[in-house]
Design a protein around this ligand. Structure first.
Ligand code: SF4
Length: 187
């Protein structure tokens, strides 16, 4: 991540970072959440933004790039602050990017998602601002109250895991996959 983007965290919460990046690029307002989220995980995209800041026609192309849609942000549980969510979002995207944006199989997705549907932690997204990886426009908007992630997206990512251990299945989480603790012991 280029330093200039990394240092944006110092200016404050997510919306302040959007305003700051907009100012840096010579815009009259903030960049979209999707542009900020993408710039934080894609060095090349961040470089393109800064290099095109002297040519607003070119800059507009990057700001409106349809690939930005994959980084759209949305609502999440009140238990997490926006900064925490922004940090979690960036990390999840970074981890996912390192995997080559790989998704799990449909069967695995369905197993994971059906476990979430029965889970006591599943809740409707409240009206607080937050982030999320948007894989499909029609995706279910409910979130995991244990980690703050949108389950319909989270369940697709190979790099994500259920954060809650299954009390009836030691070493495994509620997705019936080895729990994080178990994975680090095995590694
Ligand atoms: S990720 Fe795990 S804890 Fe969260 S809603 Fe799904 S099953 Fe429940």
């Amino acid at each position: 991540m280029i330093d200039i983007i990394k240092n944006l965290e110092k200016v404050g919460p997510w919306n302040d970072m959007r305003i700051e990046l907009g100012t840096m690029l010579g815009l009259e307002g903030p960049v979209s959440s999707a542009v900020l989220a993408r710039a934080r995980v894609e060095d090349r995209f961040a470089s393109h933004l800064f290099m095109s800041s002297f040519d607003h026609d070119l800059l507009r192309l990057f700001l409106n790039d349809e690939k930005n849609n994959a980084y759209e942000l949305y609502e999440i549980p009140e238990k997490f602050s926006n900064v925490q969510l922004a940090t979690k979002a960036s990390k999840a995207l970074l981890d996912w990017g390192k995997s080559g944006f790989e998704k799990v199989t449909k069967e695995k997705y369905e197993t994971r998602f059906s476990a979430c549907e029965k889970c006591e932690f599943l809740k409707d997204a409240p009206s607080q601002f937050a982030y999320k990886v948007k894989l499909k426009r029609e995706s279910d908007q409910r979130v995991c109250g244990a980690c703050g992630c949108g389950v319909s997206r989270k369940a697709w990512l190979v790099t994500e895991t259920c954060p809650v251990s299954d009390p009836s299945n030691p070493g495994f989480n509620l997705w019936n996959e080895p729990s994080k603790q178990q994975l680090s012991t095995a590694g």
